[in-house]
Design a protein around this ligand. Structure first.
Ligand code: FE2
Length: 216
């Protein structure tokens, strides 16, 4: 892990497995605000919505996308779509501040050449969560998934190769970046809890995660 080691590290940051990288406080408050403004522009074109799952329920988090492809779920299952099924329009382009951020982050990671073509934006109210799952709808699992955290703190679950494997909770804060690649690419992961009211950015009542992928 990239977080600086301290005497008390095991009290607040569990040992993370190879391929799972936490870039703690990688993004300045100004950058977080710029990313949030870009997210709000995307929401104006492609509104957040809770998606129908195969089981007939709705996702707890609300979702939208930008880039060449967007992740989607409905009765037909999980997949990437190059247009927004809700509007029929192409997904909004990935804004420049998204590109700048993901290139800077990747440049300081084991995957410096990562070039995403999709960004799934999840919004969690303080009551929302996401169960343990694998990200397996992308074409080639050799590419990492890079997650930018904005807004409220959260406990991110890092599990193993099986849903039933033990997991650790990693407390993530606005401005933190999580990278899952290599031997951790197919790890089960989830969001166990959002800590409402902890966002350092005004006007966010909840947590956004911007999850950059190479989908196609
Ligand atoms: Fe995921």
């Amino acid at each position: 892990m990239t977080r600086q080691s301290t005497l008390f590290e095991d009290l607040w940051a569990p040992e993370l497995p190879p391929g799972f990288v936490l870039q703690a406080q990688a993004l300045s408050l100004d950058r977080q605000k710029a990313l949030l403004a870009a997210v709000r522009d995307i929401e104006a074109i492609a509104p957040l919505s809770r998606l129908r799952t195969k089981g007939g329920g709705l996702t707890s988090a609300a979702m939208t996308n930008c880039g060449d492809a967007g992740w989607w779920s409905d009765a037909k299952g999980y997949r990437y779509e190059t247009t927004n099924p809700a509007t029929g329009a192409p997904w909004p382009a990935m804004p420049p501040v998204f590109w700048d951020t993901v290139r800077e982050v990747a440049g300081h990671s084991p995957w410096p050449d990562f070039e995403p073509d999709a960004c799934l934006i999840n919004f969690y109210t303080p009551a929302a969560k996401m169960g343990l799952h694998q990200d397996r709808d992308e074409k080639d699992f050799k590419h990492p998934i890079i997650t930018v955290c904005l807004g409220d703190d959260a406990d991110f679950q890092v599990g193993g190769a099986l849903r039933t494997d033990k997991y650790v909770n990693v407390r993530v804060h606005s401005g933190d970046v999580l990278l899952m690649g290599g031997e951790s690419r197919m790890r089960f992961h989830g969001v166990r809890k959002i800590f409402g009211g902890t966002s350092p950015i005004a006007n966010v009542n909840g947590r956004y995660s911007l999850t950059f992928r190479k989908a196609l």
